[in-house]
Structure formats: structure tokens, C-alpha cells
Design a protein around this ligand. Structure first.
Ligand code: MN3
Length: 241
């Protein structure tokens, strides 16, 4: 697997995600790639967390992390497999009565799988700050790192209902952008590669932070892994060359 191929295969691409369901793809992202969403058979798979449940304490408590990962992310993975199977069954039986329903479900569940997979790697137990190319691009798009922080925090805190705040790389304009994503798949821009995602569904914070979503979002800045965000930008830029 050459480097170019590896990079092409190892990146999650925003709303336009295409997941080639073949073993080459699955194998390639085993070689140290960031995101592995499927197994060798092409089924969606829940990867092991890159750390123990208590790793992000005190900002994210172990019980919340365990429930979130096991039941919310894990549930989305199971559901995405079911949705895809239902679509395949419909096509095989030449009965398209239900494909509308299952296509919507797949969009929801697979988007959840994608965003949660990114979310876990976006977090660490040590404080960091953006540097290098990432910082340069943050300053170009938003002015300063502090302005980006204020912008993504405000956007995340004010999601209507459940959703995500997202810092992404917009391929068409070659710039960084902020999304306020509702559920897992609404209000995106086509072509955006998510770099940093902030889960503001209640399941992400309610045990510890109760109704204080804003406190949770502010606390998250203590555990954002900016090296991971940088790595994602690096891959997105190479892919866009
Ligand atoms: Mn979640």
C-alpha cells in the first residue's frame, strides 16, 4: 500500500463519505490510519476506544464515556449495518417500497458512526493548543485561536436539540469552516472534512453536567487533542492536492 493510496483510504470525508466496502480499504486503514469504520467483510465495526474509560477524567467521567461509547456509538454501528442490509434486501427483491425509510436511517446512523469515531480520537488527557499549519489556517479563517474557540463554543452550545459543533476543512474553498450540525447529518456543507467534532447530545454530558451544556463545552477545551486535529488537516490537505 503506497502512501498516497493509504491517505486516500484513511480519511473520513464529511457529508460526501463514500466507503468502498472491500477488504483493501479495511486493510489499508489498519496501517496506522486514523479512522477504521468497517471490518474485512465491509461491515461497519465499533473500534476499541484508544484509552481507558477514566482517561478523560475529570472533564469527562468514566461512566458517561462508557455508556456513550457502548450504547450510543455502538448502537449506531449496529443500526447502520441493519439499515444497509435492509437496502440490499430491497434491491435484491425488487421491492423499493421501504428504501426511502432505510436510506434516511442509514444517513443518520452512519453519520453518527463517523462523527463518534472522530470524536474519541479528538480527545486526550493533556492540554494542547493548535500549532503549525493548523494554527496558520485558523488565523487565516477566524483571526485568532481565541476567536475560533469562542466561535465553535458558541455554535456548539446553541445547537437546537441534539447535534454537534464541527471544525472542518472545506475542500472547495481550501479553508477552515464551522458547522452547527443537527442530529448527526443535518446542516452540513458538502465537501467538508470534519477535523474536530464536539458532541452536544445530552448523552454526552448529562450525568455529570446535568442541563449545563455550556459548562461541558467549556470543559472540553481542556481535553481537545489538537495534534489529532492537525493530523486530520494534514491528510485533508494532501487529499485535496
Ligand atoms: Mn454522542
Amino acid at each position: 500500500m503506497d502512501r498516497k493510496k493509504f491517505i486516500q483510504n484513511s480519511l473520513i470525508i464529511g457529508g460526501a463519505t463514500l466507503l468502498p466496502a472491500n477488504s483493501l480499504f479495511a486493510a489499508s486503514i489498519n496501517e496506522g490510519g486514523i479512522d477504521k469504520l468497517i471490518d474485512d467483510k465491509g461491515d461497519f465495526v465499533l473500534q476499541k476506544l484508544p484509552y481507558a474509560d477514566n482517561f478523560l477524567e475529570p472533564y469527562m467521567d468514566a461512566e458517561t464515556l462508557n455508556l456513550h461509547y457502548t450504547f450510543h456509538h455502538g448502537g449506531a454501528v449496529k443500526a447502520a449495518n441493519k439499515d444497509l442490509q435492509q437496502i440490499k434486501d430491497a434491491l435484491n427483491s425488487n421491492n423499493l417500497d421501504t428504501v426511502d425509510f432505510w436510506t434516511k436511517k442509514l444517513s443518520f446512523h452512519l453519520s453518527s458512526h463517523v462523527l463518534h469515531s472522530i470524536f474519541w480520537t479528538n480527545l486526550s488527557n493533556k492540554r494542547s493548543q493548535p500549532t503549525g499549519e493548523l494554527l496558520k489556517r485558523i488565523e487565516k479563517s477566524f483571526g485568532t485561536y481565541d476567536k475560533l474557540k469562542a466561535y465553535i463554543a458558541e455554535t456548539s452550545k446553541n445547537v437546537d436539540g441534539n447535534g454537534w459543533g464541527i471544525l472542518g476543512y472545506q475542500q472547495y474553498s481550501d479553508s477552515l469552516t464551522i458547522l452547527q450540525c443537527e442530529n448527526h447529518e443535518k446542516m452540513i456543507q458538502w465537501g467538508v472534512v470534519p477535523l474536530l467534532v464536539i458532541d452536544v447530545w445530552e448523552h454526552a454530558y448529562y450525568l455529570k453536567y446535568k442541563n449545563k451544556r455550556a459548562d461541558f463545552v467549556d470543559a472540553l477545551f481542556n481535553i481537545i487533542n489538537w495534534d489529532n486535529v492537525s493530523q486530520r488537516l494534514d491528510i485533508a490537505l494532501r487529499l485535496n492536492k
